[in-house]
Design a protein around this ligand. Structure first.
Ligand code: FMN
Ligand code: SF4
Ligand code: SF4
Length: 294
């Protein structure tokens, strides 16, 4: 998915020949010429913009980048402190109770602006965000998901249909389904009494997907979703990843339609966004990470 989009240009009148742009270009696109660097290397430029970002005299432009979007950044030691960032990371929790207030388009735009700052394989940035705010469609997604889970749980009860499921989904998926059974039964029971333990009553559903041809697309999209969720936290918004929808959405044609997933796209994540109806006041203990130093 390396899409060459032009090569950087260096203004020799502004350039002081410090060589930083040449050193930072990991593909050796830029080489030092007689008066200043030039994009004479044989590799395609993958538009990472590292050369533009490192130049102290603003001598580099890139035809694939809008200079109006360049921003002066604070030095490491004047920006967000590690303590503040860690607190933000602690503050992000899965929110499972929302008010009726809708998330505005401006807020969504901000969240996505944060999301797309994430790293992506070959700088493809192939993520696609589909935002669903129509209550009727959200209802369809909820009902369809739960109808499928209800059917799957019934199939678990019979030896023959369990065997069929094992052949269709594989042994591992079957095990996950059996493990998730109590949770799924809780979600199904809640639905019967008008509750929503699938999308948690959130007014907005975000579907993140990427073209199949980008093999790193889903992984890159996950990093983007991380940024999205942290940005939401700073804006007083809540999010929750909804794996129960992802797990079936890609395999079911009607669900693909409901969530607007193009045929040639792979689903990366489904999450809800909204205004939390409660705020978490303290962080809690997370399990100690498994760490190996080698
Ligand atoms: C891949 C994945 C799938 C998830 N699926 C669901 C889900 O379907 N429903 C839900 O309420 N939470 C879901 N979550 C949220 C997790 O339960 C939650 O992140 C975890 O319990 C830790 O809590 P925290 O996010 O508040 O720190 C999912 C999280 C991930 C990363
Ligand atoms: S944009 Fe990236 S790949 Fe292209 S020349 Fe600059 S540093 Fe090299
Ligand atoms: S970083 Fe800027 S000033 Fe330094 S050599 Fe490259 S173009 Fe010239």
């Amino acid at each position: 998915m390396l899409k060459p989009e032009g090569r950087p240009q260096v203004n020799s009148e502004l350039c002081n020949r410090c060589g930083r742009c040449v050193a930072v270009c990991s593909l050796d696109v830029l080489e030092m010429g007689e008066s200043c660097p030039a994009a004479t290397g044989s590799a395609p430029c993958f538009r990472c913009g590292h050369c533009v970002a490192v130049c102290p005299s603003g001598a580099i432009s890139h035809p694939g980048m809008n200079p109006e979007h360049f921003r002066q950044l604070l030095p490491w030691d004047e920006g967000v402190t590690p303590e503040l960032l860690l607190d933000l990371l602690r503050k992000r929790r899965s929110i499972r109770s929302y008010t009726d207030e809708q998330v505005t388009q401006e807020e969504i735009t901000r969240l996505i602006e944060a999301a797309v700052q994430a790293p992506s394989g070959l700088n493809a940035q192939s993520w696609h965000f589909t935002i669903i705010q129509d209550a009727e469609r959200l209802g369809k997604i909820r009902r369809r998901t739960l109808a499928i889970y209800s059917m799957l749980l019934k199939m678990l009860d019979s030896r023959v249909s369990r065997l069929m499921l094992r052949m269709q989904l594989g042994a591992e998926a079957l095990e996950v389904l059996a493990e998730a059974r109590p949770l799924l039964e809780g979600i199904l029971d809640a639905q019967k009494s008008g509750g929503d333990r699938l999308l948690w009553g959130a007014p907005t559903l975000v579907i993140v997907h990427s073209p199949e041809e980008d093999s790193t697309g889903p992984e890159s999209a996950h990093y983007a979703v991380g940024n999205f969720m942290l940005m939401a936290t700073t804006m007083g918004l809540g999010t929750c990843v909804i794996g129960f929808v992802s797990a079936i959405a890609e395999r079911d044609g009607r669900m693909r339609d409901f969530i607007g997933l193009p045929e040639d796209h792979t689903l990366a994540a489904v999450l809800v966004v909204g205004h939390p109806s409660a705020e978490y006041l303290r962080s809690v203990d997370k399990r100690a990470a498994a760490i190996s130093f080698i």
